[in-house]
Design a protein around this ligand. Structure first.
Ligand SMILES: NC(=O)c1ccc[n+]([C@@H]2O[C@H](COP(=O)([O-])OP(=O)(O)OC[C@H]3O[C@@H](n4cnc5c(N)ncnc54)[C@H](OP(=O)(O)O)[C@@H]3O)[C@@H](O)[C@H]2O)c1
Length: 354
């Protein structure tokens, strides 16, 4: 007999309003898969982009959104060479899901299961894989950040942003945190114990001057790394403040997020036409570069994921900051808040044990 589950499903990307909570059968795990009873779902900004059809990896037909969750292993399918599970039935795990995370249970390739660190809640586990791996890959692998590096972090009070600040603190790097509103700046003062001179609010007339003051205050000539997933008109001032050898790590474009529930093609087309452009020859002359990164690519590098998790474990980061908790049934409202840019830290959906 097949089990049943609840899942948030969309028939066709295009609007958050199309997301529906459905009850559906869940088959036993196939060979090389495990079945996870989900206790917390991690929300990502990319989920809203995927539901709107603005994410490069959005599936063409119906899909269940969700890139990560945490829960308990309920069953493990037949063994497959090269896919030895590192967890057993009953273990608490955090899981990457290439879509499919917004569900009370799912089947997933065993290579995506990672044991939940001792003492962590399911919410912390659901908050970790996507945003910590993104911060680690972008800052360490691509950015080459080390002790003393001066790093601009855009959206520093967001999910990836707080992971980035925690990582930079562990590495002994020096962060300049940029946020979209004063409430987030206030939060960073209290939560990340950052010097107020190193917290900059975007959108103010003194934005460029505040960036210069932050760099000067650190005794630096510019940023060694800019870690940015906003783009838009904020790209140019940051790029121009890269020090020689500086690397701009671009991993998203939140500025493209439509204001309403639908895509709004006219506004998007205008933004597309106005998107920043760079001259590669100027990069040679100024010794600066731009690197792009998409975690969906890393999802497919099964040989690299254990090494990435091990590197994160070696840093012994604290559990991620979960700023918003919602019942599983409130997924649409939770996504609206995340999409609106009002949230701080991670948003998770919680599911009671059945
Ligand atoms: N490339 C990858 O593999 C990868 C992986 C994970 C995440 N990402 C990207 O990283 C970014 C952060 O992801 P997250 O899940 O941690 O989200 P988040 O940072 O918690 O939330 C997104 C933030 O984007 C900022 N933002 C800037 N312009 C916006 C706009 N027009 N509308 C709404 N928000 C806007 C807001 O913060 P401020 O106003 O404070 O800036 C907002 O809080 C997203 O752009 C996401 O797509 C990329």
């Amino acid at each position: 007999m097949q089990d049943k589950r609840l899942a948030w499903r969309i028939e066709r990307a295009g609007s958050l309003e199309r997301l529906r909570l459905v009850e559906e059968p869940l088959p036993p795990p196939a060979a090389g898969e495990a079945q996870v009873a989900v206790r917390a779902v991690g929300l990502n900004f990319a989920d809203a982009l995927a539901l709107l059809g603005l994410y490069s990896a959005t599936p063409p037909g119906p899909f269940v959104p969700g890139l990560e969750a945490a829960g308990v292993v309920r069953a493990i399918g037949a063994a497959v060479p090269g896919r030895t599970p590192r967890v057993a039935v009953g273990d608490r795990v955090m899981v990457l899901t290439r879509f499919g995370g917004y569900a009370t249970a799912f089947n997933v390739d065993v290579r995506y299961l990672e044991p939940l660190p001792a003492g962590w809640s399911f919410e912390s586990g659901a908050a970790f894989p996507v945003q910590a791996l993104t911060a680690w890959y972008g800052l360490v692998r691509l950015g080459g950040v080390g002790a003393g590096s001066v790093v601009l972090v855009q959206s520093a009070a967001g999910g990836v942003g707080l992971n980035a600040l925690a990582l930079l603190a562990r590495l002994g790097a020096r962060a300049v945190a940029v946020v979209g509103n004063p409430a987030k700046a206030e939060f960073l003062r209290a939560h990340a114990a950052l010097d107020p001179a190193r917290i900059v609010v975007r959108g103010r007339a003194d934005y460029d001057a505040r960036l210069d003051a932050a760099v000067a205050g650190l005794g630096a000539s510019g940023f060694d790394v800019v870690f940015d997933a906003v783009l838009g008109r904020w790209f140019r001032p940051a790029f121009e403040r890269l020090a020689p050898e500086g690397r701009y790590v671009l991993y998203g474009a939140a500025d493209f997020m439509p204001k309403g529930r639908r895509r709004g093609w006219a506004r998007l087309a205008g933004q597309w036409l106005r998107r920043p452009r760079l001259d590669p020859l100027a990069m040679i002359a100024s010794n600066r570069g731009l690197l792009g990164f998409n975690l969906i690519w890393l999802f497919e590098q099964f040989d690299r994921l254990p090494g990435a998790y091990a590197a994160l474990a070696a840093l012994a980061l604290p559990p991620p900051y979960v700023g918003q908790r919602y019942a599983f049934a409130d997924a649409r409202g939770a996504l609206e808040e995340l999409k609106g840019g009002r949230t701080i830290g991670k948003s998770v959906l919680t599911i009671e044990a059945s």
